[in-house]
Design a protein around this ligand. Sequence first.
Ligand SMILES: *Cc1c(COP(=O)(O)O)cnc(C)c1O
Length: 351
Amino acid sequence: MEPYRSPATDIVDIERQEDLSTVTYPESLRLVARRPLMGGPTPLQKLERLSLEVGVEVWMKRDDMGSPTLAGNKVRKLEFIIAEALRAGADTLITTGAAQSNSARAAAAAARTIGIRPLLLLSGERPAEPTGNLVVDWLVGAELRFVGDVDWGDLDHLVSEAAEEVRSQGGAPFTAPVGCSSPLGTLGFVAGYFELLDQLDAKGLAPERVYHASTSGGTHAGLALGRTLAERGPRPKAISAGRLSPDPVAHHLELAQRAAALLGLKAEVQIDVEVGHEGPGYGTPGPECVQAIRHLARTEAVLCDPVYSGKGLAGLLSDIEEGRVTSPVVFWHTGGWQALFHPPLRDALIR
Ligand SMILES: *Cc1c(COP(=O)(O)O)cnc(C)c1O
């Protein structure tokens, strides 16, 4: 284990986020500390060839873009989580997930950007060699603890235990739950919703829906709360890529309400989660997902991942096919391509 170092002395620079874009955020959100990690708004692009093929104008919000370390939807959540860890004087960021967790990987990288130590509790056994996201975890020097086959709920319990251990050694831990879907992390997607609105306005677009893959709920809860605060814009539709709780609607709603409370608000939030596109289960792509990934790759040269975004895309394409989507529509690409370099997932796609 590395020695503890004194907390980073960086000051959270709230001004800096305004340099990055012209997005108008609600005042309550601007008051919450945020440390920019995304490098500015992600592009909103029209998928010309896919749109022609499916007969609906599809726009894509490119949260997949960026580096192997800090790309993907978890980075939005981490902008708020990392700012708070810094403010709290933390020296260790502890989080958890599956071995190929995009969330744990992004958190490990984000921790390094403020000079603190990443500690990851990952389900499963330590693999013989790092692949996919684990390559990044390994290179940024995260401490990796493999905890065996543990339920998602129990993973968060293990995070509390690890935090206690760090504290007992004189350290200052800061924790983030599975998927970085804490109320604070959820604010990242409230901000994201306003970023999207700004881009839609600039392009003169008024889509009815924005589709995205969903599991731990922070993405959907944040977008849905953003929609409520904005009182306009596309309604978010979550395509479940695997369930964290038996009742994802109640779970996401509670998350949105707790995020609203951080802003000092009580908001009516509309949650819309569609199940049925998970395929064989969380982490395993079915034929519908594989086909959607190939379709997008061959028309647009954009890669979705087989755990999340491929299932989200499959949900959108199936709704288009059934005539349930009005044009234009937005697909929020949540990232995840790092997992394509994990052989079992890669093989599921190229066979
Ligand atoms: C975590 C993740 C999601 C799901 O987002 P939640 O906020 O956990 O619901 C979707 N896509 C990718 C690539 C992810 O890593």
